[in-house]
Design a protein around this ligand. Sequence first.
Ligand code: AMP
Ligand code: GLY
Length: 428
Amino acid sequence: MRVLLLGAGGREHALGWKLVQSPMLERLISCPGNPGLAEIGDVVPDVDPDDPSAVVALASSENIDLVIVGPESPLAAGVADALIEARIPVFGPTQAAARLESSKSFAKEIMAAAGVPTAKSATYSDREAAAIRLEEMDGPYVVKADGLAAGKGVLVTDSLEAAIVWADACLGGRFGTAGSSVVIEDHLEGEEVSIFYICAAGEAMPLQPARDYKRLLDGGAGSNTGGMGCFSPVEDVNDDLIDWTTVNVALPTLAEMAGRGIDYTGFLYVGLMLTSDGPMVLEFNSRLGDPETEVLMPRITSDLLAVLKAAANEGLTGQTVTWSDQAAVDVVLASPGYPDSPTTGHLISGLESLEIAEPLGSVLVFQAGTRDVEGQLLTSGGRVLNVVGLGANIGEARENAYAGVHRISFEGMQFRTDIAAQRKEHPE
Ligand code: AMP
Ligand code: GLY
């Protein structure tokens, strides 16, 4: 099979790493890809993955058998729709289906109609009405830009004033049209967990869960980020919780969408808060998580490509994903200034020593914000590298991850030292 993988981050490098292990794979092309993906396949850096007709043209000219979409932006731009129209198999939801992520108010509407437990919320496009609602509430306040804001559109705060200023800024254009309405919702307390599905033809096949550390600094302090580290498996998420999520969240959501004529084929990411009143959905994403993918892919022992091909063509009947008992821990190495204003262009050293030192494969490095300049690897984004340790348990995987981290350096490198030390972001 000839596969086109869209995206350029650590998630896509991990997906690509898994896909090239498939006996079905003939060729992997990544667009735009990154230097890590360039080591394991071909990359097409000069085609915009968010441009539906450019992606169709690339897939046609390369005789692609399956397109796999990593990030949300091509989905929201309608890339899957254009591929379906051109009869090119694609694993990734259509624009209408991807609204589960690209419009928080739409996701809330679907959840309400499908009876999915979630925080009570209302949507506002008027500043004054938003401010009045916030004044009526008790803190902490949760205010979300409705549309895609690269993970930056959500504010959780104890300050009424800050919440009003945030709603005002969103509605005033801070996130462009993504903020032309805001969702204000009740604050939920608890531990978060990410549960993933492969969805097709109304069916949802669960993957194993992972827990992401969203804050920049040790102990859960500092700004919210895209994710500073991750681990899997997650001991406080048992099979019962996954079954509960399948029955009470994933399947009713797909059925509600189907009832509106919207088929959902692709990964579905369910962000759950485990509250004292039971699990509640924080958000849906129409893709896999990053860095969650980096700890899930090394734990899959079966052929993922076979499942994604089936999902994109005929459905999930007869398909399974099998898992190793190994644990995986990912420590993200980020640029100085991340997440607000990362500075980039620094030389990354130590990766080669890691490849020589780890012949047994207990450390994997997935690249994200990197750039190859005449054979030298430079930093080029906020999150630069994912160092993933594997081991018989989380403790061993964690040791291997940090052993890897300590071999790598670049100017101003930031990372958390407590990933998977406590298995929760907010331990009691
Ligand atoms: P979202 O993009 O909607 O998942 O929000 C980003 C992050 O904000 C989540 O991962 C949570 O940490 C936090 N968050 C979102 N909604 C709530 C809520 N209702 N209560 C508490 N925290 C929340
Ligand atoms: N790790 C969070 C996300 O991918 O949205």
